[in-house]
Design a protein around this ligand. Structure first.
Ligand code: HEM
Length: 489
């Protein structure tokens, strides 16, 4: 016997009412309605997702900040902030801030949660207790660690010398440099030599030229669609596949005699309770975290330094380097200012780092935000919105870091490595790599863009969390610094 039409109508009406009620709560009655933002963002996240799929999320969110201010509702359940108060509350309250969202599931390795992908604070703290020691500045600046970086910087300089009279693709070679440096820190003596061997360069290329953004986003937002589209999606948007990198890390993690300063040594030591797959997952994660970030940071920065408008900065940097040949790399104020300004203007992780508002809700930058809301800051906007702290934010001006006035405010808004307990554990290593390389290059060379390059090819192209130059190439012309400066016409 079928259901009576009256019952069907009642069920239908109830369903409609329930859906309507949920929609009303989410939209018209949402406590987020007092937050500025585009009207459409109250009802749908489609516009945000559209920009995400087109690798332009950061620029879209930044455009909203410019229009609506430091607090913007970017989707029905998502708010972006760009103030020091919000950075402190979201990323530093209670030490490591609010819990990460499921977005980080996208970065699981070998099906495992690593320190980076762990969502829960306590689990994270346990992992960090084991790993952080190897990334402490005291460990990074020890001779065996630093010697490895200097050796790789020398390999890079060899490439610059060989390119004189032509051009060098920085994008490829800086990623190789970052790869060789990070694997030295993870695995020495089993690190890579991708600046000099094709076999290792192939591993770097597999990671760096990955084009899986759209495929992974479909998998994240709609696992069912991902399944249904199956093979078709494979042809439209490739999945992430890194067999060379996987094999390299799995093979290397089976060694048991890595140098004492390495992460592998630490994870195999008595203070670690990680099993072999955990160790490999953690190493692969750090390896990948260390390639694109440092590689892109240096690439965007050297591109900027090579613009004719920046030649005075190059000259001043060279003067400081030549005047202080014996100084430690971290005792050179202008070099430090150049690196900070590079990371301010071109943070390689420029986009939102999403977190869930904890139970009970919180007040963030003057707004009451209910529990479960996704909140975030993005470095690109945090570094630009407050023009009292960063006047003329679009101008690359290392000098701004040398004024004693406003130093504390600038540091509070410096978010390239994020902040708090979940900020970048590799920060000291990355800074050492950047400074050692810049010193080696700009002591000896002047750089200018190759005429074949266009500004558009260096536009930001967002990936899942980091951003890279759109053209994935950055050709620079190197000339020995002792020769006449190149014409800037
Ligand atoms: C200029 C270079 C780098 C930048 C700008 C950078 C930036 C960041 C940022 C913004 C985060 C926080 C991400 C989030 O909350 O979602 C992060 C986390 C992390 N970074 Fe870096 N990073 C750099 C280099 C490195 C290097 C060289 C390594 C390792 C060798 C590394 C390893 C990590 C790890 C393991 C985490 C997760 C930390 C945690 O959850 O406790 N990073 N990095």
């Amino acid at each position: 016997m079928g259901m009576s039409p009256v019952l069907v109508a009642c069920l239908g009406l109830s369903a409609l009412l329930l859906i309507g009620d949920a929609l009303l709560r989410r939209t018209v009655l949402s406590p987020l309605n007092g937050i500025p933002g585009p009207a459409l963002a109250r009802f749908t996240s489609l516009v945000l997702k559209w920009h995400e799929f087109n690798a332009r999320r950061t620029a879209y969110v930044h455009g909203l900040h410019r229009r609506y201010g430091p607090v913007v509702r970017i989707a029905p359940n998502e708010v972006s902030f760009a103030s020091a108060a919000a950075v402190k509350e979201i990323y530093c309250s209670g030490g490591s801030g609010y819990d990460k969202t499921e977005f980080y599931d996208l970065f699981k390795v070998y099906g495992k949660r690593t320190m980076f992908t762990t969502l829960n604070k306590e689990h994270h703290a346990r992992k960090k207790r084991i790993l952080a020691d190897r990334y402490a500045n005291t460990n990074v600046v020890r001779q065996p660690s630093l010697d490895g970086i200097a050796e790789r910087a020398a390999n890079f300089v060899k490439k610059c010398s060989q390119s004189v009279g032509g051009s060098l693709d920085l994008y490829v070679h800086l990623h190789s440099y970052a790869f060789d440096c990070v694997t030295h820190h993870l695995f020495h003596p089993y690190g890579t030599d991708s600046l000099q061997t094709e076999q290792d360069e192939a591993i770097m290329r597999e990671v760096t030229f990955d084009d899986s953004l759209q495929n992974r986003l479909v998998g994240y937002y709609s696992p069912t669609l991902h399944k249904v589209l199956g093979k078709l999606l494979y042809w439209l948007a490739k999945p992430r596949q890194t067999p060379l990198a996987d094999n390299f890390v799995l093979g290397t993690c089976s060694k048991t005699d890595a140098a004492p300063f390495t992460l592998l040594d630490r994870m195999q030591g008595p203070s670690s309770d990680l099993d072999q797959l955990d160790v490999a997952a953690e190493c692969l994660d750090h390896m990948v975290a260390g390639i694109d970030t440092t590689g892109d940071a240096l690439c965007f920065l050297m591109w900027e330094l090579s613009q004719p408008r920046s030649l005075p900065h190059q000259a001043r940097l060279r003067a400081e380097l030549l005047a202080n040949p014996g100084a430690a790399f971290d005792r050179l104020p202008f070099l430090d200012a150049v690196v900070l300004e590079g990371l301010r203007c071109f943070p390689p992780i420029p986009m939102s780092l999403p977190r869930h508002v904890p139970r009970g809700g919180r007040a963030i930058d003057g707004y009451a935000v209910p529990e479960g809301t996704v909140v975030s800051c993005q470095a690109y906007s945090v570094h630009r919105i407050d023009q009292a702290v960063f006047p003329k934010p679009e101008v690359f001006d290392p000098d701004r870091w040398l004024h004693p006035d406003g130093d504390a405010e600038r540091k509070r808004l410096f978010f390239a490595f994020a902040s708090g307990g979940r900020g970048c554990v590799g920060k000291h290593l990355a800074l050492a790599e950047m400074k050692v390389l810049l010193r080696a290059v700009y002591t000896s060379f002047t750089t200018l863009p190759d005429p074949a390059m266009t500004a558009e090819s260096m536009d930001m192209s967002d990936q899942l969390i980091s951003s890279r130059p759109l053209g994935q190439a950055c050709l620079l012309a190197f000339s020995p610094a002792t020769s006449q400066p190149l014409s800037t016409d």
